[in-house]
Design a protein around this ligand. Structure first.
Ligand code: ADP
Ligand code: MG
Length: 258
């Protein structure tokens, strides 16, 4: 059976360049254990979205290997949920339809109609948007659209969950509320997760480890253990000494790498 070493998401010598020959992502190696959540932080243009797009299978090509439990992540039994930077909702479909379509594509023929509708309602409720089921995405605020996109990603019960700056458009208070809702949902359904953010605070509040991307493509990412903060109750993190210490560590690495 698969050894501990090969379990989870394994990124081996991943490198992405676009046709122009310009590097979009310098070389990256990472082992993300199954059911772990790591946050990714880096300056604009450091390849964060490119990394997620490579894993999600949205790039025409890349160098290196992307494995989940020893097999290609693009293998059909690894289901990947992506929350893209622009939410990726279908504007001509209601909120409920957006989620239903994703579920049907991800798991065709699973469950009866009534059961599926109940699951959709459950996910909307868990994200605090039960009342928006019949609305169209463009009639919603950015924060509401983000909740729908996250509900949709969770609803397919993905093996790997990828989030690309999902809370970037939100004010501080809304963001804090959604971080709490997100972490509650994640703890109930701990998909193997990469969470991209450009916010240091968010990286520390949500990740077991924090991957700091370099600005120079010749440099490698720095991976920082964050288990001291991760192990705390979410509500207590922000005020803790461990959080304060960690933000000093991250800022120091950022000064060196960015
Ligand atoms: P980030 O998400 O960290 O801001 P991206 O992954 O979007 O960074 O981009 C990394 C680099 O790749 C940038 O230099 C960007 O200009 C370049 N890039 C992104 N998408 C494309 C594309 N489709 N064609 C060419 N270059 C691209
Ligand atoms: Mg990006």
């Amino acid at each position: 059976m698969s050894s501990l070493k090969s379990s989870g998401l394994r990124i081996k010598e991943l490198q992405v360049e676009y046709k122009s020959g310009q590097l979009a992502l310098g070389q990256m190696n990472l082992n993300l254990p199954e059911h772990a959540i790591y946050t990714v932080i880096g300056p604009s243009g450091s390849g964060k979205s490119t990394l997620l797009r490579a894993i999600a299978g949205l790039l025409p090509g890349y160098d290196g290997e992307l494995l989940f439990n020893g097999k290609s992540v693009h293998d059909k039994d690894t289901l990947i949920g992506l929350v893209p930077q622009n939410y990726g909702l279908l504007p001509w479909k209601t909120v409920r339809d957006n989620i239903r379509i994703a579920m049907r594509i991800a798991r065709p023929g699973s469950g009866g109609r009534a059961e599926q509708e109940a699951q959709i309602s459950q996910w909307l409720m868990s994200m605090g948007i039960a009342d928006l089921a019949g609305r169209y995405p463009l009639s919603l605020s950015g924060g509401q659209q983000q909740r729908v996109a996250i509900a949709r990603a969770f609803a397919i019960l993905p093996t790997i969950l990828l989030l690309d700056e999902p809370f970037s458009a939100l004010d501080a208070i809304t963001r804090e509320g959604l971080q709490q809702i997100f972490i509650d949902n994640w703890q109930a359904h701990p998909a193997t997760t990469l969470f991209v953010t450009h916010d240091v605070e968010e990286a520390i509040l949500l990740g077991q480890k924090i991957i700091v991307m370099p600005s120079g493509k010749q440099d490698v990412p720095e991976i920082i253990d964050n288990s001291a903060v991760f192990g705390m109750k979410h509500e207590a993190k922000r005020e803790s000494g461990a959080y304060f210490e960690q933000s000093k560590v991250i800022r120091k690495v950022m000064m060196e790498k960015w």
